[in-house]
Write a protein that binds this ligand. Structure first.
Ligand code: HEM
Length: 266
């Protein structure tokens, strides 16, 4: 992920005075996904083969009366969180510990706690996915409403996002609210869904986003060219300028609407 992200930033960002962040981010994401998925397909074949052997062993063990292996959920049970002395320096510290050309590894990504908190806080007001459908498997009553079997229900990600009961001072951008000691109560913050249908791409997305943030922070300083640009609800949240629907008919030249202006490559 790191080498592909670096290569993409080199192609699309390096040496430019202004960049259109939204399309470039999409290109980086797609290039990353295509490359990784190709390798993942090959790996999946090998894993499947391995799993068949494990299943056979388990079946044999069960028929011989041996107890089943109990697997604990490792979610959130990483090494104890190290105190981040200076959160703003998180990415640079990781970068400085690397030899020239050395790529990020899993341990580096585990250290990027504050960056992930920032990402979580970004997804709180504007979740990438607004919600999805479910089908009622039986008649049920919820909050005084009867939902007959077979009806489609739509659950939303954002219902709780501004509820002060769950997010104190909800209008404030505060990544620290996601620190482990203050983590939101279960099911109050669900950008990746929850329960058995939890997004299986969650970890992949986390790695891709952190690798992207690391490389941008490491290599560029920038200033925002459209300070209060609206984010519009397309299928996905889309910055107003890149939305195909001409909401803002008073747009002027393209140059006035690029998002970031990288300065002084580090
Ligand atoms: C920031 C990025 C992402 C967000 C916010 C996100 C969010 C979600 C949400 C809210 C759901 C619905 C969960 C539910 O129905 O309870 C979902 C499902 C799903 N996501 Fe993601 N997702 C992201 C990235 C990805 C990626 C990168 C992949 C693939 C590599 C992926 C694959 C899936 C799949 C296959 C499902 C359907 C799971 C099921 O119905 O059992 N997602 N995602």
């Amino acid at each position: 992920m790191d080498s592909i992200t670096q290569e993409q930033l080199q192609i699309h960002w390096q040496g430019k005075d202004e960049v259109k962040v939204f399309p470039v981010s999409k290109t980086v994401t797609l290039t990353l996904a295509c490359t990784i998925f190709y390798r993942a397909n090959k790996a999946a074949a090998a894993i499947r083969k391995e799993l068949v052997t494990v299943i056979k062993e388990k079946k044999a063990a069960m028929t011989s009366g041996a107890p089943m292996i109990v697997v604990t959920d490792p979610n959130g049970k990483y090494m104890p969180e190290a105190k981040i002395a200076d959160k703003m320096m998180e990415q640079l510290e990781i970068s400085e510990a690397k030899k020239p050309g050395e790529l990020l590894d899993w341990e580096d990504l585990l250290k990027m706690k504050y960056s992930w908190n920032v990402m979580c806080e970004v997804m709180r007001p504007v979740p990438p996915l607004q919600g999805t459908f479910r089908e009622a498997l039986c008649d049920l009553t919820y909050a005084g409403y009867t939902i007959p079997k077979g009806w489609k229900v739509y659950w939303t990600v954002s219902t709780t996002k501004k509820n002060p009961q769950y997010f104190s001072d909800p209008e404030k951008f505060n990544p620290s609210r996601f620190e482990e000691s203050e983590a939101p109560a279960p099911y109050t913050y669900v950008p990746f869904g929850g329960g058995p249908r939890l997004c299986p791409g969650k970890e992949y997305a986390r790695l891709a986003v952190l690798t992207f943030i690391h490389n941008v922070v490491k290599r560029f300083k920038w200033e925002v060219l459209i300070p209060n640009e609206k984010v519009l609800g397309d299928m996905m949240p889309t910055p107003e300028y890149f939305n195909p629907v001409p909401y803002n008919t008073s747009r002027k030249s393209t140059k006035e609407f690029v998002c970031l202006k990288p300065r002084n490559c580090l």
